[in-house]
Write a protein that binds this ligand. Structure first.
Ligand code: SF4
Length: 390
């Protein structure tokens, strides 16, 4: 049985869980995909990467989201400082120990200084590897931001074309954009479902379904996701007496699933920022004449706040106030990766808005190697009790 036949025979959630757990360290699923299809693999570091460009050139774009504590940090300890976030350290370890060797290219963006330096240190230690570093505009509102990003995407295309042996075809890119739009629609539907009826979809199922979308071929994912959501929407489960919590800060490094399960014991986590990039970018305009420009505009004209991005028209405090109101939030959980400066900067901005609104919040820091979550669970539980019992 081929890999894709095997995947087609599996229940969606079984496939989502299997590919997620395989892609912490091994990536054997993607390796087999490459052997069987003759396609190319591109690994990209969070937060945002224009997946349709790689897809239209015959690549499977795969989000490298760190090893989530499943790898010993030996080489990373020798090559990186101990005071940087764990996703960057474990990603370096994956690269240095050969776990990313079957990726034909690795891509990074300038979300922060750590990500910037990570691409350089991997290139230095893996000189044969194609490493693409995309300089995204920092201020999307300046007049030249679009032309600048268009040129950056052109540079990405120039790096990928020789590896794939294909030239960028605008019609192929248009088809890829349409497929990724379908993926976004489905993930958005799942997001809405957790906002409206979080008791129907436990966090770990939501997370597997979300993460698999960055690991599987988009055609397969869309088909499985449609069937998964159809099943979830028919579930008949009872709502529990839990507060509604907004989780902020988990936009790049991923909190361990056991930590999120422990948090979910105490509250409904109705919205969070896990794997936010594709969700943030949203639907790309398929009617735009130049599909590459459509991808550029989806980034530069995007007025949804994103940690690490600046836009003079975006008021992050107003945004959090709207989120709290629209999602009927009782409390906010700032779940911040240890040593993540962008998340810590945003914490200060966001907490000021919550103080003004008298919305309760707690801040917890996490890292990939953590294995005990009791204190975190008790912290949120205490907050929940203080809200429920007044
Ligand atoms: S977790 Fe924070 S510091 Fe680390 S790479 Fe991501 S944005 Fe940068």
């Amino acid at each position: 049985m081929t890999l894709l036949e095997d995947a087609a025979s599996k229940e969606p959630l079984e496939l989502f869980r299997e590919v997620t757990e395989d892609s912490y360290v091994d990536f054997s699923w993607q390796r087999r995909w490459k052997e069987e299809t003759g396609g190319r693999l591109l690994g990209y570091f969070p937060v945002y990467f224009p997946e349709p460009i790689a897809h239209s050139l015959g690549f499977l774009p795969v989000n490298i989201l760190g090893a989530s504590g499943y790898i010993e940090l030996e080489k990373a300890t020798a090559h990186t400082q101990s005071f940087v976030c764990s996703i960057s350290r474990s990603t370096f370890e994956l690269a240095a120990t050969g776990h990313l060797d079957h990726f034909d290219a690795l891509a990074f963006t300038n979300i922060c200084d750590v990500a910037r330096n990570l691409s350089g240190i991997i290139k230095r230690n893996k000189p044969d590897k194609t490493v693409v570093y995309l300089h995204m505009p920092i201020n999307n509102a300046v007049p030249h931001a679009k032309d600048y990003l268009y040129a950056e995407y052109g540079r990405l295309v120039e790096k990928l074309e020789p590896i794939s042996g294909r030239k960028l075809d605008m019609e192929a890119l248009r088809r890829s954009i349409a497929l990724y739009n379908e993926k976004w629609e489905l993930q958005h539907r799942m997001e809405q479902l957790r906002i409206e009826r979080p008791w129907l979809l436990p966090y770990d199922e939501y997370y597997y379904a979300l993460r698999a979308g960055q690991l599987l071929p988009v055609e397969l994912y869309v088909e499985k996701m449609r069937s998964f959501l159809g099943e979830v929407e028919k579930r008949d489960r009872k709502q529990q007496d839990k507060i509604r919590v907004l989780v902020l800060g988990d936009f790049c490094e991923q909190p361990a699933l056991p930590l999120m399960r422990a948090m979910e014991d105490a509250a409904y986590l109705v919205y969070d920022e896990a794997i936010i990039g594709p969700r943030w970018i949203g639907r790309v305009n398929e009617a735009e004449e130049d599909p590459l420009m459509a991808l550029v505009k989806a980034y530069t004209d995007n007025l949804r706040p994103l940690t690490t991005r600046y836009h003079p028209l975006i008021d992050k405090q107003q945004h959090i106030a709207e989120l709290v109101k629209d999602l009927r939030i009782d409390a906010v959980l700032f779940l911040v990766p240890k040593f993540c400066e962008p998340a810590l900067y945003d914490f200060v901005i966001r907490k000021l808005a919550l103080d003004r609104m008298h919305v309760p919040y707690v801040k917890l820091e996490y890292e990939e190697s953590e294995t005990t979550f009791e204190n975190a669970r008790m912290t949120l539980e205490t907050l929940a009790e203080s809200i429920i019992f007044g």
